[in-house]
Design a protein around this ligand. Structure first.
Ligand code: SF4
Ligand code: SF4
Length: 109
């Protein structure tokens, strides 16, 4: 039991109600859609509820679409990355916001 507890350390309780972002984050969560199983384990843990399924018409395969992050709402809290790595897979990368903006040609406020 202690081993399970230690493994899940860093994963908070599920949030009761979604919060909203208050300042420009230092990091942004990026889902590797080719690696994501679409299990949605990360979705309810996001404190600002900004993880959603990719539209089904974007993929013919797999039948269960991966998830994506609404980047402008992400607070960079890293909870989703911990959940994915510790509870399911390893499909979320945290990118430094400056690097994210340069890579994706987006501006995060
Ligand atoms: S927990 Fe990981 S594998 Fe599951 S939906 Fe989220 S990003 Fe994808
Ligand atoms: S890091 Fe993940 S859990 Fe945290 S706000 Fe961004 S998408 Fe949500």
């Amino acid at each position: 039991m202690a081993r399970i507890y230690n493994h899940l350390k860093g994963i908070p309780e599920l949030p009761d109600t979604p919060n909203i972002k208050k300042k420009r984050p230092k990091m942004i969560a990026v889902v590797d859609e080719d690696n994501c199983t679409g299990c949605q384990a990360c979705v309810p843990f996001c404190p600002v509820d900004c993880i959603e399924s990719v539209a089904k018409d974007k993929y013919d395969f797999p039948a269960i679409p991966p998830v994506q992050v609404r980047f402008d709402e992400c607070t960079g809290c890293q909870v989703c990355a911990r959940v994915c790595t510790k509870m399911t897979w390893d499909a979320i990368r945290m990118l430094n916001t400056d690097i994210f903006e340069a890579n994706y040609d987006l501006t995060i406020s």
